[in-house]
Ligand binder design. Structure first.
Ligand code: GTP
Ligand code: MG
Length: 236
């Protein structure tokens, strides 16, 4: 594989690898910190787990060919948004939007594009929330704003996407109609499952909250009675 260097900020594959790896690690660490802080404040983890990967040189070259452009470092940096990719897996759909907001609120992360395939699923049935962001990578002599693709989805959406990807790969994008129909039907079931699990979780959260309030009220009542009794005893 040959990637010619013409870009004056990033000029070799080795440097590309170093910079995108640094960007990937930064986003991953930021997400882990946010998750830990959320756990500390709310006793709850919006992120189930995180996967991160750097696109292989082979698939970068393949994608550049698909775009009809020459395999140069400059084209790769300009045309390919998912050289660094982070996948964030959440339990519930509401967590996805919570995590997306937390990303938006990070001062040094710049969001350059968003695709909400949850509100608007693809015809394949694919559902996921995508963000293309840049993070500043601090080198010894300069700062390089580096693109990272962030995909945020639920465990169920991820389960569906990995099987669909396997099928897509196996049939080279031309799966038999009955398999595609079945996949769309499964995607509908996944969406239904996600919304039912979310409703259940909301109900459980509400019940726990009500139980907590009832407990506090009962303790307060007990304390009041004890004080009244003490006052009566003092009077007697
Ligand atoms: P790519 O050139 O494939 O990266 O797509 P794009 O630049 O048009 O962006 P898009 O947001 O559509 O897709 C980005 C990534 O999302 C892909 O590289 C896949 O990882 C994932 N993705 C998008 N559509 C599908 C789909 O139908 N099925 C699965 N399994 N994954 C998908
Ligand atoms: Mg991709």
């Amino acid at each position: 594989m040959e990637l010619k260097g013409q870009n004056d900020t990033i000029d070799s594959w080795k440097e590309v690898n170093l910079i995108y790896n640094a960007a990937l690690r930064q986003v991953q660490t930021k997400m882990e910190i946010l998750n830990e802080e959320f756990q500390h404040v709310h006793q709850y983890n919006p992120i189930e787990h995180i996967k991160a990967r750097i696109k292989t040189p082979e698939s970068i070259v393949k994608k550049l060919k698909r775009h009809g452009v020459e395999s140069t470092i400059e084209n790769m940096v300009n045309h390919i948004n998912d050289i660094a990719g982070v996948r964030i897996i959440c339990s519930f759909t509401s967590d996805i939007y919570r995590v997306a907001d937390m990303i938006r609120n990070q001062k040094d992360i710049k969001v350059i594009a968003v695709k909400d395939y949850i509100t608007y699923p693809k015809t394949s049935g694919y559902r996921s929330y995508h963000m293309i962001v840049t993070v500043p990578v601090y080198l010894s002599d300069r700062i390089v704003d580096t693109k990272v693709e962030i995909q945020i989805r639920t465990v169920a959406m991820d389960f569906w996407a990995s099987l669909e990807h396997k099928i897509h790969y196996k049939f080279e994008g031309d799966a038999p109609q009955h398999i595609r129909t079945e996949l769309v039907e499964c995607a509908r079931m996944v969406a239904d499952l996600d919304s039912r699990m979310l409703m259940l979780n909301d109900e459980i959260t509400m019940i726990s909250y009500e139980l907590e309030v009832a407990k506090i009220k009962a303790e307060e009542e007990k304390r009041k009675k004890r004080l009244e009794k003490q006052a009566q005893e003092a009077e007697a």
